[in-house]
Design a protein around this ligand. Structure first.
Ligand SMILES: Nc1ncnc2c1ncn2[C@@H]1O[C@H](COP(=O)(O)OP(=O)(O)OP(=O)(O)O)[C@@H](O)[C@H]1O
Ligand SMILES: [Mg+2]
Length: 232
């Protein structure tokens, strides 16, 4: 699955806010089918980094390779970042519409034929185990269910990289477990996944790499458990 090199590589990524450096000359490469855990204290810049990688926030500097193709600036690669990468906010914004319509939204915007939309959304609903809720108003679902709708809405667009910002915070154990299973399956489908958290303990999440952000710099941390490093 991981034979084509990193889906994304960036070097010398720098970003400041109000003259204060948030990210200092970071180098980062992300491989298909791998889950990377990104930890760091509140305000360390995790969400900032994810938003830059998703094409939502312009950095000050950085050199990019998207699927091996070089781009000299974020502006130059922005369209590719937006098309191939999905950023998921901790509290996802769902439209005031059914679960089905929320998941179909991006496909309709891309003018995918109706029949294909129906098939792909049905597959996505199965993927997140929400078939029985397809016609329910999305905003009437629980927080954990809404999170799964948001993952399905992103997954249906076949992203190469999913950037999940604190996806299991504030979830009870069963919801957390379901989300973790789902995130593991995203990686099995060959998607590169980054998960942010304050907490390096993630139970069954099949983390392949743990990066820690501190004072604007990334460092590699050893994986906590044998189970995590042995899986895959
Ligand atoms: N819109 C903004 N305007 C100005 N500064 C901001 C803005 N958003 C974030 N910052 C600052 O950028 C730095 C990094 O914030 P960021 O939200 O990326 O951190 P984080 O690691 O995601 O934190 P948390 O764990 O609380 O989610 C912080 O110092 C924060 O105050
Ligand atoms: Mg954050």
């Amino acid at each position: 699955m991981n034979d084509a090199g990193p889906v994304l590589a960036v070097t010398g990524l720098g970003f400041s806010r109000s003259g204060r450096p948030v990210l200092r000359e970071l180098d980062l490469a992300l491989d298909a089918g791998r889950i990377t855990l990104l930890t760091g204290h509140n305000g360390s810049g995790k969400s900032t980094l994810l938003r830059i990688l998703a094409g939502l926030l312009p950095p000050d500097r950085g050199r990019w390779h998207i699927d091996g193709t070089p781009g000299s600036s974020w502006q130059e690669v922005r369209r590719s970042l937006l098309q191939r990468h999905c950023y998921l906010h901790q509290q996802p914004y769902l439209f005031d519409a059914t679960v089905f319509d929320n998941i179909a939204y991006g496909l309709r915007r891309r003018r995918v034929p109706r029949r294909e939309i129906a098939e792909r959304v049905a597959r996505a609903l199965r993927h997140v185990s929400l078939e029985p809720l397809r016609d329910r108003p999305a905003r009437a679902l629980s927080g954990g269910e809404q999170q799964r709708v948001a993952i399905a809405r992103a997954w249906v667009l076949r992203p190469r990289l999913m950037l999940l910002d604190e996806p299991v915070a504030n979830m009870d154990k069963p919801a957390r477990r379901r989300s973790i299973d789902l995130i593991n399956r995203l990686a099995e489908h060959g998607i590169a996944v980054v998960v942010t958290s304050h907490d390096p303990q993630h139970g069954e999440l099949r983390i392949r790499r743990h990066l820690h952000l501190y004072q604007g710099e990334l460092s590699e941390r050893r994986l906590r458990t044998e189970a995590a490093s042995a899986s895959h």
